[in-house]
Design a protein. Structure first.
Length: 256
């Protein structure tokens, strides 16, 4: 069955930030490297007769060239999608190969820049007819809202559970991201497949959003908005109101 997707995205640079290290892939476009976020949300309406991909990338804050890593990953995703357009694609294989491709290229970038660490998270979902496939590495999150219940369907690659078991309360550290040399670790992206239903809402966001707002607040803003575009505006306005000091990027997709 073919569904219509109503989608919107936004990106807020954060208090005191001079550059946006987040990037995204939305309606076949990404943000330029030297961007200050988006002044206004971007929206689109497409159907699932062909594979459509949405993604958020969070260049690792505090590391060298995080903005370059997130941009490079978004460009590679765009190129890989274009190369697969005339092929019969298994989405799980596509995402696995994309992650390896992007990881290798970001490692090359890090070596070229002689950077100690250069990396980015990725959280992506693809839609084709009734199928939805999720892929993530890092702590950028994907949620699904169905029948007024919001569920995180991505898997955080952090040390949060270890720290909690030790009674340590601190921001979790990333254990995986795009940009890890193979000699140090073989990346293991979380990839899962499911099906969509009319009325489903999918949310992809960087940790700037989830650090500033609780899951309940995000859910409330989406449930109280008549369109994905208005939900994006309300969520990022609240992040700004709470003086969120991290880059914050969000994509909201409603299945009609």
């Amino acid at each position: 069955m073919v569904h219509t997707l109503e989608a919107a995205c936004g990106s807020y640079i954060g208090v005191g930030r001079i550059k946006n290290e987040d990037n995204l892939y939305f309606n076949k476009k990404h943000l330029p490297q030297d961007n200050k976020g988006l002044k206004h949300p971007i929206k689109c309406s497409i159907d699932t007769s062909e594979m459509s991909v949405f993604a958020v990338f969070d260049g690792m804050g505090g590391h060298t060239a995080g903005d370059m890593a997130s941009l490079l990953a978004s460009e590679i995703l765009s190129d890989d999608i274009k190369k697969s357009e005339d092929l019969v694609v298994n989405e799980k294989i596509f995402f696995s190969e994309f992650c390896k491709h992007a990881n290798d290229k970001i490692v090359e970038l890090s070596n070229k820049l002689q950077a100690v660490t250069t990396g980015t998270t990725v959280a992506a979902i693809s839609f084709f007819q009734d199928d939805v496939v999720l892929c993530n590495i890092g702590d950028s999150k994907v949620f699904r809202i169905r029948e007024s219940q919001m569920l995180q369907i991505s898997n955080d690659h952090t040390d949060e559970k270890i720290m909690q078991s030790m009674g340590i309360n601190k921001k979790p550290v990333l254990l995986q991201y795009l940009g890890i040399p193979e000699k140090d670790m073989m990346i293991d992206p979380y990839i899962s497949r499911g099906s969509v239903k009319s009325g489903d809402v999918f949310v992809i966001c960087s940790d700037g959003v989830t650090d500033a707002l609780s899951f309940a607040e995000i859910f409330s803003f989406i449930e109280g908005s008549d369109t994905p575009e208005n939900a994006v505006i309300r969520i990022l306005s609240e992040v700004e109101l709470k003086c969120g000091n991290d880059n914050s990027t969000i994509i909201i997709i409603k299945v009609v």
